[in-house]
Design a protein around this ligand. Sequence first.
Ligand code: KIV
Length: 283
Amino acid sequence: MQPESAPAARVKRSLPELTHPAAPLVMVTAYDYPGARHAEAAGVDLILVGDSLGNVVLGYDSTAPVTLADMIHHGKAARRGAPNTFLVVDLPFGTYHTGVTDAMRSAVRVIQDTGADAVKMEGSTPEVLDVVRVLSRNGIPVMGHVGLMPQTAAAQGGLRVQGKDDDSARRTLEGALALQEAGAFAVVLEAIPARLARLISERLDIATIGIGAGVHCDGQVLVYHDLLGLYEGEEKKIAKRYADLGRESREAIARYAAEVRAREFPSKEHSFVMKDEVLDKLY
Ligand code: KIV
């Protein structure tokens, strides 16, 4: 019998289980060791090292400046924190747009250096579909991403809901179907109407993972900092705050500062003692 304190061995979800899930999939982003540890301990199905890293961790105002080196650095840390969770790493802007060979090279670096199980990329242009096809055929699982695509949001009229008019709704549906056909194992649907996401989820055989796409997707994803209230930007419709750790963090640091200034910290409890005779010899 296992001693009571031994943590239950966690079994990483397999690719077939994630492609055709029996229950709603839970995905959360993480960018470092502690965040990934928390996510794994909470029992999520997938962790995404998203290029939202640029906004919530690196302080950029878009994801465009995020580099492959940034993703690898943070992907490695996340993997160390969550060795037993299916880990997806975003390919950042510009690292899969200059041809299939370059894209393959980027993906191989991510997989080899971070130990990720899959990569994610945005879009469903013919060029991106070629990349998805080649990567999938060569054993690199790919998660697609349609709807709002932050890497190229400027071309979509800004960070706004997609799929509301005829053109955009059809493009989103056809894009998701084309990604499936190219070999993607799952597709993120970001910021599209719930009824469109439902239709796409019904039409697709592979998993859909929604963010701002209603409850009928096969899974949901949230950004760690949004979920925990760590990102102080304006509240987004597509996210729900389950905690207010930003406020707790500010208040804790302010209490620490007040105690330092009042010489209350460190107290005896946090200080080391020595024998009088050792000290006396120094006077
Ligand atoms: O970068 C990211 O965090 C994402 C999710 C919002 C899906 O792409």
